[in-house]
Design a protein around this ligand. Structure first.
Ligand SMILES: NC(=O)C1=CN([C@@H]2O[C@H](COP(=O)(O)OP(=O)(O)OC[C@H]3O[C@@H](n4cnc5c(N)ncnc54)[C@H](OP(=O)(O)O)[C@@H]3O)[C@@H](O)[C@H]2O)[C@H](O)CC1
Ligand code: K
Length: 464
């Protein structure tokens, strides 16, 4: 993972910083780079208006003194509120170089939160929490330096119930997990990275990079682009929806297998067939299978799932298939497998595969190893994990996606990309997520799953 895309734990960040120090960069120099880089952003937001910097006792506070000094040098009116004196040598030095006198409280246009960063180890005490909230009310723009104070850098948990919502968060040196994990992600506002020279860290998680999607060859035909088999079930609408999405996800041919009479909403260009069994077992043109949307949870559904997985084709399992999945069903498989659970389904897989890891990122990474496949832990902070490689976070997508049927659309898109077969299953999963997000951005507010599908051709075009 290249440095601007890597996402570090607080410990990895400290290790990266220590390597820079061992290579001859002083901590003072690192703080100067961080403070100057952050000050550039604050300067632009402030546009000459009054800035208040809230400085804590550690090096996050030290960054604050650098920011205050640089802004003052550039003629910006700035005050510092420092409820705790600096405790580290480098922060003490930064305060000395700033040279001003802190005030008890302040009012202004921009609040710069340098109370705590990666070193926060417990909830903000009553007085500090009150001060942070009071100051947030006394300003109109809220910038968090490195991290909003009051969150856990590694889990993204809010350590205090009520925290300000920021307009901008400036990550120093590298992204931390909390920048991309809920619930912390929701209070970050815009996110910008300040480079201080941190090198790539071995094994670090990363941000998914915007992909370029496949364009059919000049001599392509529908089978060359991938035939996707979608297995219908007890609730046929979900399979139709997933198929409609898949038709716009890259695959040349989508076939829905369903024995329901009068399927709802089947477009004339979607091919519907009956029993999938003979085809899956014998048709070499089938490039991938999607099973789960609307499958149902009956014994019959379980045996269909078991049989489909035994065919050992590249397969996406979603929805009911995730609840019915058992470790034995994956024995003897070697073809790529992608699971797309939401939080509840992720717990169901965790139970089935005897994983009780409480940390979500660890849980997703561990389960990807256990299933020997790709896991797309979908939600407001989607993580894509695969065995033997660091997981990636998808960029946040519109919250309007929290509506029925959008999961079927995502499963259809990932399965379609898997059927195309131009990339690894890990990349196909990310491609599907990118398409899904792009369609949501284009669909505007209050869309339905059908509205999302309508945006897919244009969304695809955004990745060519
Ligand atoms: N890593 C880098 O490359 C750089 C990081 N920079 C900045 O430094 C911070 C991390 O600095 P650190 O000093 O480790 O941590 P903090 O400033 O977040 O705060 C730690 C101090 O706060 C105390 N503490 C922790 N929790 C609380 C609390 N709830 N209430 C009161 N005090 C608290 C803690 O002491 P304890 O022993 O009491 O736990 C520390 O004294 C990073 O985020 C960047 O902003 C540098 O600028 C350079 C590069
Ligand atoms: K902060």
């Amino acid at each position: 993972m290249d440095a601007p895309n890597q996402i570090l734990t607080a410990a990895q960040m400290r290790a990266g910083e220590e390597r820079l120090i061992a290579d001859g960069t002083s901590v003072t120099e690192l703080m100067e780079r961080a403070g100057r880089g952050a000050a550039d952003w604050v300067f632009r937001v402030a546009a000459g208006r009054k800035v208040t910097v809230l400085c804590g006792p550690g090096n996050n506070g030290g960054d604050g003194y650098v920011i205050a000094r640089v802004l003052a040098e550039r003629g910006v009116p700035v005050e510092v509120v420092a409820p705790r004196a600096p405790t580290t040598d480098v922060a003490k030095e930064a305060r000395k170089r700033w040279g001003g006198e802190p005030v008890v409280t302040a009012r202004g246009a921009v609040l710069v939160d340098c109370l705590f960063g990666t070193g926060l180890s417990r909830p903000l005490s009553g007085d500090l929490h009150r001060l942070l909230i009071e100051l947030s009310y006394a300003h109109n723009h809220w910038i968090a330096v490195d991290l909003p104070s009051g969150i856990d850098a590694d889990s993204g948990e809010l350590l205090n119930d009520v925290l300000p919502v920021y307009s901008l968060t400036l990550a120093l040196g590298a992204w931390k997990l909390a920048h991309w994990m809920m619930p912390a992600q929701a209070i970050m506002g815009d996110l910008r990275l300040v480079d201080i020279g941190v090198e790539p860290e071995e094994g670090a998680a990363g941000l998914s990079e915007r992909p370029t999607l496949f364009v059919p060859e000049r001599d392509a035909h529908k089978y060359a682009r991938g035939l996707l088999a979608v297995i219908g079930g007890a609730m046929p609408g979900a399979g139709v929806l997933a198929s409609r999405a898949a038709m716009h996800g890259g695959a040349g041919y989508v076939k829905l297998y369903s024995d329901h009479d009068g399927l709802p909403g089947v477009p004339p260009d979607l091919v519907v067939a009956g029993d999938p069994m003979p085809a899956l077992a014998t048709d070499p043109r089938i490039a991938a299978v999607l099973i789960g949307p609307g499958l149902g949870r009956s014994e019959e559904a379980r045996s269909v799932l078991s049989w489909v997985l035994a065919c050992d084709l590249p397969t996406v399992c979603d929805a009911d298939a995730l609840v019915l999945l058992e470790p034995e069903m994956l024995e003897d498989r070697s073809a790529p497998l992608v699971l797309t659970p939401h939080a509840g389904e992720l717990d169901a897989i965790g139970n089935a595969f005897a994983s009780s890891e409480p940390d979500r990122l660890e849980q997703v990474t561990e389960l990807a190893e256990a299933i020997e496949g790709v896991l797309v832990a979908k939600g407001p902070d989607t993580i894509v994990a695969a065995p033997g490689r660091p997981p990636v976070f998808m960029p946040p997508a519109p919250s309007w996606l929290s509506t029925a049927g959008t999961g079927d659309v995502l499963a259809g898109l990932i399965a379609s990309q898997l059927a195309v077969g131009e990339t690894s299953a890990f990349q196909a999963a990310q491609n599907g997520c990118w398409l899904h997000r792009e369609a949501a951005l284009r669909a505007g507010p209050a869309f339905s799953a059908s509205g999302l599908v309508a945006q897919l051709p244009a969304a695809y075009g955004a990745f060519l």
